[in-house]
Ligand binder design. Structure first.
Ligand SMILES: C=C(O[C@@H]1C=C(C(=O)O)C=C[C@H]1O)C(=O)O
Length: 133
């Protein structure tokens, strides 16, 4: 593999450093089976990269919500909004042959992290207000 330029962006570096063929399964099955496995894993790797970028964009948006809420004294969580989101995502999951239970758990996992961020943003905001007065 060619050496990377020292200023290569982090995403290029991550891709460069990734051993897409890393596996504990070498020698456990026929070469054709392992070749097919490698090919399917290429798709999995593309999807995982897209998921990371999608989540990064989602968290950028929720950070903005956190700042807005903190500036206006709004609570971190919004249970009615969450209920509506979960109902929608469960239905979308079912129609896409994804387990709705998994979709709900996944969304709740993300939302609990978002709420943790919002609480931290709100505490920072309050501390800054206290320091200024
Ligand atoms: C992002 C928000 O804050 C919280 C996080 C949510 C989310 O991650 O989608 C949804 C509702 C809130 O509990 C919001 O109120 O829109």
């Amino acid at each position: 593999m060619n050496a990377l330029h020292e200023n290569a962006p982090a995403d290029v570096r991550a891709h460069h450093d990734f051993d897409a063929d890393a596996s504990s399964l070498e020698g456990t099955a026929d070469a054709e089976v392992l070749a097919e496995l490698r090919s399917i894993r290429g798709t999995i790797d593309n999807i995982d990269a897209a998921l990371v970028h999608l989540l990064a964009e989602r968290f950028k948006a929720t950070q903005r919500v956190g700042v807005l809420k903190a500036a206006h004294g709004l609570p971190a969580g919004d249970p009615d909004r969450e209920t509506a989101q979960i109902t929608r995502l469960r239905a979308l999951a079912a129609s896409a042959q994804l387990d709705p239970e998994f979709a709900e758990k996944f969304l709740n996992f993300i939302i609990s992290e978002v709420i943790r961020h919002h609480v931290a943003i709100s505490e920072d905001h309050r501390r800054q207000d206290d320091d200024a007065s």
